[in-house]
Design a binder for this molecule. Structure first.
Ligand SMILES: *Cc1c(COP(=O)(O)O)cnc(C)c1O
Length: 392
């Protein structure tokens, strides 16, 4: 396909592999296996398989490969590997890079399951140091000769703290470490992670890529050497590959990704500015607001404030619950990036396993509600949030 195509063109055309029938839409090859014309052909394929030769869906599949090619083209990496979930992607991306005695530095503003993966690695003798990801000095101080990987979410879940991809990459590379970025909150639409120095991008496609809250998925993007080397070897032998059916859903989601994410970001900016300064709020948190601590960085790094807004209610948990229960358009759930707007109370759901102190350390207060903005009409969302704030 053409390198000159813009994102929206790539999102609908990139990676298409048409069968002999010339089908218009991406075909769903719902097959785990492939037939070889002879025993010699089977032997040859196991020895080395070409771009359009497949063995088993845990290793690769034509529908999955279409999705991998499309997402690599959007992120600007040489290759990608599709995984069963965001966590399969992040587990694979990190685990295939380290062995006992190696060291990982990671931002402590982190999704709980990612923290669990690091704990498992620690059990196998990998050193882990957690730092405040927004402070470059802490990254620098944590590096050791054994540091192999620096890992962080470029926009943290749920606190919406923005971490400097370029700054961390410079520190990591000066120490010979590799940078793995979970870019799920920026989505590929606002991602310049490769340009800014990240080596590997790994995230959940369950969120903005599906966009309809239907299927689990994840992806790891990087160089061909890494993706078809250690990453594929690890994921295919440990069972983390994406189902062809889910790849087919993701391909259809990608066609509207740019339209949706931009509409969601516009809605997020509208809701954040309407809510900012409301008497019931301690804070409206949105990287697109000028009072956000990393506003300038967010604009440089993403060119947008993104699709997520947090409101921190002065009245704590009780007020947050009154707010959630008063919402009419926005649903109480825990996915994000969906076409439908979703509100979550992190302290009692997604981040309930952390202690009060651990939550405080990453700015998760009892009054905080995270809202993933959907593609509904922005004025309906503003009205919904404002009436729910009044009711809180
Ligand atoms: C959702 C999410 C994940 C995990 O993705 P799954 O598809 O649910 O496995 C990892 N990191 C972040 C920041 C997420 O928001």
């Amino acid at each position: 396909m053409s390198k000159d195509w813009k994102t929206r063109t790539k999102l609908v055309h990139e990676g298409i592999r048409r069968s002999q029938y010339g089908e218009m839409a991406e075909a769903l090859f719902l097959t785990q296996g492939f037939v070889y014309p002879s025993a010699e052909a089977a032997e040859a394929r196991f020895l080395s398989s070409g771009d359009d030769e497949f063995i088993y869906a845990r290793y690769g599949n034509p529908t999955t490969r279409m999705f991998e090619d499309r997402i690599a083209a959007i992120e600007g990496t040489e290759d990608a590997f599709a995984c069963a979930s965001g966590m399969a992607a992040i587990n694979g991306a990190l685990t295939c890079l380290v062995k006992a005695g190696d060291h990982i530095v990671a931002a402590r503003q982190m999704f709980g399951s990612c923290l669990h993966v690091l704990k498992v690695l620690q059990g196998f003798g990998v050193g882990v140091t957690l730092v405040d990801g927004t402070k470059l000095d802490e990254w620098r101080a944590a590096m050791t000769p054994a540091t192999k990987v620096c890992f962080f979410e470029s926009v943290s879940n749920p606190g919406l703290e923005v971490i400097d991809i370029k700054g961390v990459s410079e520190i990591a590379h000066a120490n010979g470490a590799v940078v793995v970025v979970d870019n799920v909150f920026s989505s590929p639409i606002f991602s310049n992670a490769v340009e800014l120095g990240a080596d590997i991008i790994a995230y959940s496609t369950t969120k903005h890529i599906d966009g309809g809250g239907r299927a689990l998925g994840g992806v790891v993007c990087g160089t061909k050497e890494y993706i078809r080397g250690p990453l594929e070897t690890y994921v295919k032998h440990t069972g983390g590959a994406m189902s062809p059916f889910h790849a087919w859903i993701m391909l259809s989601g990608m066609q509207t990704l740019d339209l949706r994410v931009r509409a969601q970001a516009t809605n997020a900016a509208m809701v954040a500015s309407a809510a900012a300064g409301h008497e019931k709020l301690a804070r409206a948190i949105y990287p697109g607001l000028v009072d956000h601590p990393q506003h300038t960085l967010a604009m440089e790094q993403m060119g947008s404030g993104g699709t997520m807004v947090c409101v921190d209610l002065k009245g704590g948990k009780a007020a947050a619950f009154r707010f959630l229960n008063a919402l009419k358009v926005i649903s109480i759930s825990n996915n994000l990036g969906d076409a439908k707007s979703i509100a979550t109370h992190p302290a009692t759901t997604t981040h309930k396993n952390l202690s009060e102190e651990e939550r405080a350390l990453i700015n998760i207060t009892p009054g905080m509600v995270r809202i993933s903005m959907g593609i509904e009409d922005g004025s309906d969302l503003v009205a919904d949030v404002l009436q729910a704030l009044d009711a809180a």
